[in-house]
Design a protein around this ligand. Structure first.
Ligand code: AFP
Length: 325
């Protein structure tokens, strides 16, 4: 990280300290998860979150861990989370702290009780003005305005993967020494893959173009490497991480009765889109580059098609009706 900082004059020391603090969140959560069946952290809290979803105990623990690590760090002047309707503002940190952190503290929470992969996704933007303390509206920014973005993956090992706009770096947590070591330098996503990742249980809800694209992936054709294999874990981070390393495509498309899709723009789609683009891939709504989507609300949803550039281009052609086979 220090090397990257030296090579990137736009990325300040505070930004890299902030990324290290995200790593610290990952250490806490990874430790909790390693004992999840032994301590009382599985199951639900009995509450419904701002997204209308049942809150898992681990959602709450992960959110609190982010808050604890950051609220007294002096590094951020605002925090926004999937689990909180309103952001938390820290006027006491402003103007020294110019960064604002948006995050999904626990991605894939349906996986908590069955020992499957989980993640966290984060996006960092700078306060919009030097003259005044940011407001909630200042957090609602286009993906192109991110200054750092990435994710934590709690899989068979814990990883921190990030970009500050100079490629993608991946660090693996060595639990023996409690440190992250650089394991994936300048990650490059293949131009095409052999895997598609989508909740096919929603097939009947999709528009024709999406159905035709997914049908196309299953037709045997050696020239284009089809049929693709289906791989879907229910954890966006894990599915996108696989695709980042091996190529392929992840889709959470808009649906006929829910054209905006399920995933959140500011703290799910935007950070992953920037990571994947920085690795040479592509991220789209089907008609628009994710990073160019106009941000209007903190918890805004967006359709997401992300992965290898060649595969995402194919999907765009199908969803735009420019191709049917
Ligand atoms: P949470 O962030 O609420 O855990 O949701 C998980 C998720 O956003 C993403 O990780 C999955 O890819 C997707 O939702 C799974 O949704 P379905 O259960 O509808 O397939």
């Amino acid at each position: 990280m220090a090397q990257k900082q030296a090579a990137h004059p736009g990325a300040s020391k505070e930004l890299f300290t902030l990324l290290s603090q995200v790593g610290l969140v990952g250490k806490h959560i990874a430790q909790d998860l390693s004992r999840a069946g032994l301590i009382d952290i599985l199951g639900t809290t009995g509450e419904i979150n701002v997204q209308g979803e049942t809150l898992k105990k681990l959602d709450e623990i992960a959110n609190q861990t982010f808050l604890k690590v950051f609220d007294q760090s002096g590094l951020v002047c605002a925090l926004a989370s999937e689990e909180m309707e309103k952001p938390i503002l820290f006027p006491e940190n402003w103007p020294q702290a110019k960064y604002m952190l948006l995050f999904d503290p626990l991605d894939g929470s349906s996986n908590t009780d069955c020992n499957m992969p989980l993640g966290a996704i984060f996006s960092v933007v700078k306060s919009a003005s030097n003259d005044r303390m940011p407001t909630e509206d200042d957090l609602v920014r286009k993906g192109t305005e991110q200054v750092a973005a990435g994710y934590l993956l709690y899989g068979s090992s814990t990883m921190l993967v990030y970009t500050v706009g100079q490629g993608v770096q991946g660090f693996t947590l060595d639990p023996g020494i409690g440190e992250y070591l650089l394991s994936h330098q300048q990650v490059q996503i293949p131009v095409r893959g052999k895997v598609y990742s989508v909740n096919e249980g929603n097939y009947h809800k999709w528009a024709t173009g999406t159905k035709q694209y997914v049908d196309y992936l299953k037709i045997s054709d050696t020239a284009t490497g089809r049929p693709y294999s289906g791989r879907y874990s229910g954890c966006l981070v894990a599915d996108v991480h696989r695709i980042l390393l091996d190529g392929g495509i992840y889709l959470y498309p808009g649906e006929l009765t829910r054209p905006e899709g399920k995933l959140r723009l500011l703290y799910e789609a935007n950070p992953l889109a920037w990571v994947v683009e920085q690795a040479g891939g592509r991220a789209s709504t089907g008609t628009l580059r994710i990073l160019d989507v106009e941000a209007k609300q903190l918890h805004q949803r967006v359709p997401l098609i992300i992965g290898s550039a060649g595969d995402v281009r194919d999907a765009e052609e199908f969803t735009q009706g420019r191709r049917t086979t």
